[in-house]
Write a new protein. Structure first.
Lengths: 264, 296
């Protein structure tokens, strides 16, 4: 369960380029819910995600995950609660390390690291089984450097890595934006499956209204650092991209000019 | 090359392979260009030589040198991680400060170890010439250090350190305290370098304030040579490669200086060193051109 209350973050405060990225954003996600978050460039999507993950600390407000106040915790201190897949396939994995080493890193997420062998007995079988689900043949390439994989393959492995340890919330940061349409569809299907199987509380930030409506059970729209739209259930089931767009324009009283929101 | 000069080159090569292992940790694994090395090498020598001259057991003195190096590394890390000083600058600051500290420790520009016991003299069996015994002792130390590092970097903590250098953001997302990883890695790296300094002082008859000049270049040269003769990304290969690189480097230097044919003298050492590193850096590009692809 995630509870974000009145989050405020301002970049470069007190300078001419002052930029209030989050302006009192509040959102609650009950356990097990899959929420898609949408918004145009500069709406505060990534800032919001970074505030949840701890990559950014909020200026004001409170972040609670599973009842624990994590507002002042660094990213690594809340890694036991938060799993994350980045937009850039390069960002979520260690290029120089092998597939099995990357997975071993994820296996230890949120645990104290000691001097045991990072890849323990039985771990390889586990990794192989997990990778076999992907149907990409990666189960036979455990010792290959992850830098040798394609972007889509790396995102798929990142998703697996995010599900190796239990987490209270899974953050997906436009994790298909850097992929070609076919690979993106594959990764999205995989996402839906992993979220479903592990009953993960999930927040997926996306650029595409289509994706936002097709995945998850609730859609939240951000604009200028605030939640401007929050639909779920039957109301959401009846929505299509044009409806969403219209609702958005009505709420804000302005025309959407960001093509990326309409396309894709 | 005589047996005597061969063993001499091997001895110094082995000592600098510890420096190379240290540089491998900072430059390659942590991705932290750490110049503290030029100060922590003489620091190790100063601490060991001074303690031995005061009558301390050479083994204890060597351990103390190792600890002193670790402290120097911790300070550089602290400058960078906590005080947010740029990595290069943090190392330069420590290196500069260590010059004065080393003078303070020794109390004079050099501390000779001529009659005093060293770990080499204490381990020397009868009937064995010391110029053969010293490289043997060093081989044992270097192999032990290599194996210990291999083990460490395959442990959870070691893997977290590698991730810290390769992709800090990802490492933090996996719960790695990257700041602590940097501190620990630099401590380990400089401890190895100081150990090398302590052994150097004991093998070469004393510590000298200027013994650290160029340490980082030698360490880097060893790493680069090692990586080009034995490519590979696995830790066991990397550690072996830099050890071989350090020894080979020393042999190249010895050969260049010993061949009367070219007429090089010991004052040409740094020129030879720089030329050697340049050649090794350029070699892969030349090879690719000769093969016909990548020629521009």
């Amino acid at each position: 369960m995630l509870r974000a209350q009145e989050l405020r973050i301002t970049f470069n405060p007190g300078t001419p380029i002052e930029n209030p990225a989050l302006r009192g954003l509040s959102l609650e996600i009950p356990a097990g819910q899959f929420v898609s978050v949408i918004g145009s460039n500069g709406a505060g999507k990534s800032t919001f995600l970074n505030a949840i993950s701890g990559d950014l600390l909020v200026d004001q407000g409170k972040v609670e995950i599973d009842g624990r106040d994590v507002t002042r915790l660094q990213a690594w201190q809340r890694a036991d609660l938060v799993a994350r897949v980045f937009q850039d396939p390069m960002a979520g994995t260690c290029e120089a390390l092998s597939i099995e080493e990357n997975m071993a890193l994820a296996m230890a997420r949120g645990r104290r690291r000691g001097f045991r062998f990072a890849i323990g007995r039985g771990d390889r079988e586990l990794f192989r089984d997990k990778l076999a689900i992907l149907n990409l043949g990666l189960e036979n390439r455990l010792t290959d450097r992850i830098g040798l994989l394609s972007g889509g393959q790396r995102q798929a492995v990142s998703l697996l890595m995010a599900s190796l340890q239990p987490s209270r919330i899974l953050l997906l940061d436009e994790h298909t934006a850097a992929l070609d349409p076919k690979t993106a569809a594959f990764v999205l299907e995989l996402t839906a499956r992993i979220v479903e199987e592990n009953k993960l509380t999930t927040m997926m930030v996306t650029h595409s209204m289509r994706q936002a409506l097709d995945y998850g059970s609730r859609t939240v729209m951000l604009h200028r650092g605030q939640v401007v739209l929050d639909v779920a259930g039957e109301q959401r089931a009846g929505l299509d991209v044009p409806d969403l767009l219209e609702m958005f324009e009505r709420t804000r009283g302005e025309k959407v000019s960001d093509d990326a929101l309409l396309l894709g | 090359m005589t047996l005597y000069s061969f063993m001499g080159a091997l001895e110094i090569g082995l000592i600098f392979s510890l420096v190379a292992l240290g540089v491998l940790i900072s430059f390659r694994i942590l991705n932290f260009p750490d110049l503290t090395v030029d100060g922590s090498f003489p620091l190790g020598g100063a601490v060991a030589a001074t303690l031995i001259a005061l009558g301390t057991d050479p083994f204890l003195a060597t351990l103390a040198a190792l600890a002193a190096g670790a402290c120097a590394g911790l300070l550089t890390g602290w400058f960078n991680v906590r005080l947010r000083i740029m990595d290069l600058l943090a190392g330069i600051l420590l290196m500069t400060a260590l010059y004065s500290i080393n003078l303070r420790i020794m109390g004079k520009p050099n501390v000779p170890l001529i009659t005093e016991p060293t770990i080499f003299s204490m381990l020397l069996p009868e009937m064995m010439p010391d110029y053969i015994e010293r490289p043997l002792v060093l081989i044992v130390i270097v192999i032990a250090a290599k194996l210990a590092l291999d083990w460490f970097f395959s442990s959870e903590t070691g893997l977290a350190m590698r991730a810290t250098g390769a992709n800090p953001r990802m490492a933090r997302a996996q719960g790695v305290a990257t700041g602590r990883s940097v501190l620990a890695g630099l401590a380990l790296s400089n401890a190895l370098v100081a150990l090398a300094g302590a052994l150097f002082a004991q093998s070469q008859g004393g510590a000298d304030i200027s013994m650290g000049i160029g340490t980082i270049v030698i360490g880097l040269a060893a790493v680069i040579i090692g990586e080009s003769i034995l490519p590979g990304r696995r830790i066991v290969v990397l550690t072996l490669a830099v050890v071989l690189g350090a020894i080979l480097y020393r042999f190249f230097i010895a050969l260049a200086l010993n061949s009367d044919l070219i007429g090089l003298k010991s004052q040409d050492l740094n020129l030879v060193a720089a030329t050697l590193v340049t050649v090794v850096l350029v070699l892969p590009i030349l090879k690719r051109r000769l093969r016909g692809n990548g020629g521009r």
